[in-house]
Design a binder for this molecule. Structure first.
Ligand code: AMP
Ligand code: MG
Length: 408
């Protein structure tokens, strides 16, 4: 198979992924970060009744629209209406009520005069400046939303604002898509777990943990399949376990052209259709993407820790968003910012340079991670929150020039 562009890989991968259908019902308390599987509509008008937007006085517009500070209108205060009470009184011409923010308007009141434009004198209130229009500072019933209006559509991710809406719409339980299940597998004879004693020649399996964090951060359920040696039979067994238990399988290692790189061959033996196996990006060129008959999509990621993460951030993330049921366009979040360093690339592949977006004097700038930009150097990946992207054919971006950045 040939090397394809990152954009082509993105299109192919998104074409392989179908959004989850399974749903579950959860409580409002558990809803943060979940994806709505049904639209939510308002059970009532919102506001539920006419109410005051200010602390002040409730009046009849016709009574007060003539006066000014030299000839203020005087009204008799006949009631005080705090928030939370249904007023029992009706305000007649010549009268006003003291009213507070959020309090329900009594009959007869159509306009609120804010406290600052009044002066209280005993049982009377002087209106020092007439309202601009009838209905001033009144939040009318149904002004924000009306009963039956759609408040949130299916496919919306639930964060703080959506939680507030769901609470207001009196939805104590919510139907959301089930979380995607993602199996994670590390391949390599050299790998040990972080708790084993490191012997010469060995490498600690960091990918298992990095990918797990990536899945959790993006709303999935990671299924750790652990480390498997470069043995085709053992790898095959683990892959079968993965495709039978997960929506996606992510493995790292074994997808290059080395003698121990068996993944593509095993996938083909298991009947998967390999759709991608090399992408013109750096790091991250070896990337195998295949689909099984049961719908499971397999991502064979490069073993190098930085490469594995860059492939996840740039491509797996979009696939996971689509799988999760999030509605919208699946495309990378790119922003154009000034680079604070010289950036370079060999120009043959789309190059992803890791570093940080920093907010300086109200402007985002990109700074390069210190130390070597080597895909095995996971150490200088610390604090990385952005990847600068140099397209094919661009070999340098000078300090002070603009660069496209993928925010992580
Ligand atoms: P591979 O793609 O299997 O040829 O691996 C490429 C490089 O990545 C090798 O130096 C591996 O030791 C390293 N590597 C592979 N898997 C992991 C892993 N799970 N954690 C950390 N490094 C790894
Ligand atoms: Mg390997």
């Amino acid at each position: 198979m040939t090397m394809i562009s990152v954009q082509e890989a993105q299109t192919i991968i998104l074409g392989l992924v179908a959004s989850l259908q399974g749903t579950e019902t959860i409580s409002l308390d558990e809803a943060t970060g979940r994806i709505l599987a049904q639209p939510v509509s308002s059970p009532v008008d919102f506001p539920y009744w006419d109410n005051s937007a200010m602390d002040g006085y409730g009046v009849r517009f016709a009574d007060v629209n003539q006066g000014d500070e030299y000839q203020p209108i005087t009204l008799k205060i006949v009631a005080e209406i705090p928030a939370g009470i249904k007023p029992s009184i009706s305000i007649q011409s010549g009268s006003a009520c003291r009213i507070f923010t959020g309090a329900m308007l009594p009959d007869g009141v159509d306009t609120i005069i804010m406290q600052e434009q009044t002066q209280q004198q005993g049982d009377n209130v002087l209106i020092l400046s007439p309202p601009k229009y009838c209905g001033q500072f009144v939040r009318k019933k149904g002004n924000f939303y009306q009963a039956g209006d759609i408040l949130l559509s299916s496919g919306t991710k639930i964060n703080e604002p959506e939680i507030a809406i769901l609470a207001t719409a009196q939805c104590p339980s919510i139907t959301v898509y089930r979380r995607p299940r993602v199996a994670i597998l590390s391949t390599g004879n050299e790998l040990i777990t972080p708790t084993e004693k490191l012997q010469p020649g060995q490498i600690i399996d960091s990918n298992q943990y990095a990918l797990k964090a990536f899945i959790i951060k993006n709303g999935g359920i990671p299924i750790s399949l652990g480390i498997v040696r470069d043995d085709p039979q053992l790898i095959k067994e683990k892959i079968i376990e993965g495709i039978n238990s997960a929506d996606f399988v992510l493995s790292t290692g074994g997808v290059s052209v080395g003698d121990y790189d068996y993944i593509d061959k095993i996938l083909a033996e298991l009947g998967a259709k390999i759709e991608v196996n090399s992408v013109a990006m750096k790091p991250g060129k070896p990337l195998t993407v295949a689909k099984f008959n049961n719908g499971c999509v397999y991502f064979g990621l490069p073993g190098n820790p930085v490469s594995a993460l860059v492939s996840c951030w740039r491509l797996v993330k979009l696939a996971l968003d689509k799988l999760s049921g999030i509605k919208g366009e699946y495309k990378p979040q790119l922003i154009t910012v000034k680079s604070d360093d010289d950036l370079s690339s060999q120009g043959q592949r789309e190059t992803y340079i890791w570093g940080q977006l920093k907010l300086i004097n109200g402007e985002y700038i990109f700074t390069l991670a210190q130390g070597s930009q080597n895909s095995a150097n996971l150490i200088n990946l610390g604090l990385t929150n952005a990847l600068a992207i140099l397209p094919i054919g661009v070999t340098t971006i000078k300090q002070g020039e603009m660069v496209k950045v993928l925010a992580l």
